[in-house]
Design a protein around this ligand. Structure first.
Ligand SMILES: CCCCCCCCCC(=O)SCCNC(=O)CCNC(=O)[C@H](O)C(C)(C)COP(=O)(O)OP(=O)(O)OC[C@H]1O[C@@H](n2cnc3c(N)ncnc32)[C@H](O)[C@@H]1OP(=O)(O)O
Length: 157
């Protein structure tokens, strides 16, 4: 596993995300890592992120974790495809979410660590499709599929 969290390679101007930006003092600071051919993030939601019943995680939190982990995953997969290393000093590769479909398979327990994993489905031009799974222990509680779009490089003047 790379020692560097994908989000820690974000330059300051891209580091404000509430879910994962290192530069947002109020945010969740999600950290995603490239591990072989998949990505992984671990996060324990605070007890205030309860859903309809007190011991289940709010669905928006689950979608938020997939949102941030999915775009970070897309970036990591694109770095690898381009033969680059994150934080290499060149213009960073960044993706934003164009669409995210989440399927809530089981209630997600609150008060324990959640593990989000991402796998690349396809990378074509600026478009990356990422498969996502969120689990509590051995139980997959939610699955997702993201289309992430790579931000274009600025035109040199
Ligand atoms: C910025 C720093 C990021 C740091 C990382 C933290 C991110 C954390 C995760 C997030 O919360 S991201 C925030 C939520 N997402 C957004 O705010 C994105 C809002 N949408 C946009 O900014 C633009 O629509 C977008 C950049 C996604 C695309 O606009 P562009 O003008 O750059 O591209 P264009 O519209 O030409 O689309 C490029 C391709 O993607 C396709 N596409 C775009 N949106 C799509 C969509 N929603 N569904 C399907 N396909 C889509 C589009 O058809 C086209 O396909 P082709 O190349 O084959 O023609």
């Amino acid at each position: 596993m790379s020692d560097m969290a994908i989000q820690d390679s974000y330059p300051p101007e891209f580091a404000h995300c509430f879910g994962c930006g290192p530069g947002n003092p109020h945010g969740h600071h999600l950290k995603s890592y490239l591990l072989g051919y998949e990505t992984i993030a671990r996060f324990t939601p605070d007890l205030k992120y309860s859903g309809g019943v007190p011991d289940h995680v709010y669905g928006g939190m689950i979608a938020s974790l997939m949102d941030c982990h999915g775009t970070a995953s897309a970036a990591a997969f694109a770095y690898r495809k381009d033969g680059r290393t994150m934080g290499d000093g060149r213009r960073p590769i960044r993706f934003v979410t164009a669409s995210l479909r989440v399927e809530f398979k089981k209630p997600t327990p609150l008060g324990c660590e959640l593990v989000v994993k991402g796998q690349l489905l396809s990378l074509q031009g600026r478009k990356a499709w990422v498969d996502l799974k969120l689990a509590a222990g051995d139980q997959v509680c939610a699955t997702g599929e993201m289309l992430a779009i790579r931000l274009p490089d600025p035109v040199e003047s």
